[in-house]
Design a protein around this ligand. Structure first.
Ligand SMILES: Cc1cc2nc3c(=O)[nH]c(=O)nc-3n(C[C@H](O)[C@H](O)[C@H](O)COP(=O)(O)OP(=O)(O)OC[C@H]3O[C@@H](n4cnc5c(N)ncnc54)[C@H](O)[C@@H]3O)c2cc1C
Length: 141
């Protein structure tokens, strides 16, 4: 792997957003995002229920194809049948994680991040300030 300025391991939501924001903040830096799976978003890793406000910090869900449905009410039910009902206030969304993760990685790529799939970082070496991952070359998204 060639030398890069910023290397992010794992193209889940955290990795894609981190890489995307790093590139946005400093376009002159080379940013590479490694994903071990052959496709971003598969296999699915749950986390399909998310709050509206937090989601909107990173992505606009209105009309997006990566949402499955809107959450309009939430009831927590304890084993003793105690229920806590959250107020109706446009609470959140059920995501389609396969599409959502792919959307965020595509956003990162559109910003100029090099996204490599099939690239598992299995180890790393350090030489002074230079840290190098050990991983197969992978394929560009
Ligand atoms: C059963 C279950 C239900 C959940 N339900 C919810 C929910 O309803 N709402 C909610 O908000 N959260 C939920 N979560 C939590 C949610 O799944 C995680 O918080 C979220 O996926 C974390 O995102 P992430 O980007 O940090 O990591 P991940 O989504 O785990 O992504 C990490 C990525 O890194 C890749 N990777 C890992 N190691 C390497 C490596 N060495 N080299 C290259 N790539 C690598 C992986 O393949 C993966 O794509 C749930 C979790 C579980 C297990």
């Amino acid at each position: 792997m060639p030398d890069v300025d910023v290397l992010v391991v794992g193209a889940g939501p955290a990795g894609s957003v981190a890489a995307w924001h790093a590139k946005q903040a400093a376009p002159e830096l080379d940013v590479v995002l490694l994903e071990r799976d052959r496709a971003v978003g598969a296999p699915v890793r749950c986390a399909e229920g998310v709050g509206d406000a937090g989601l909107r910090e990173f992505a606009n869900p209105d009309g997006a194809d990566w949402t499955s449905r809107r959450i309009s009410s939430v009831i927590f039910q304890a084993p003793d049948d105690t229920e806590v009902v959250l107020a109706d206030c446009g609470l959140g969304w059920i995501l389609d994680r396969t599409r959502f993760d792919a959307h965020l990685a595509a956003q990162a790529a559109a910003t100029g991040v090099e996204v490599l799939v099939g690239a598992e970082a299995t180890s790393m070496t350090r030489n002074g300030d230079v840290v190098r991952p050990i991983c197969p070359p992978g394929n560009r998204l």
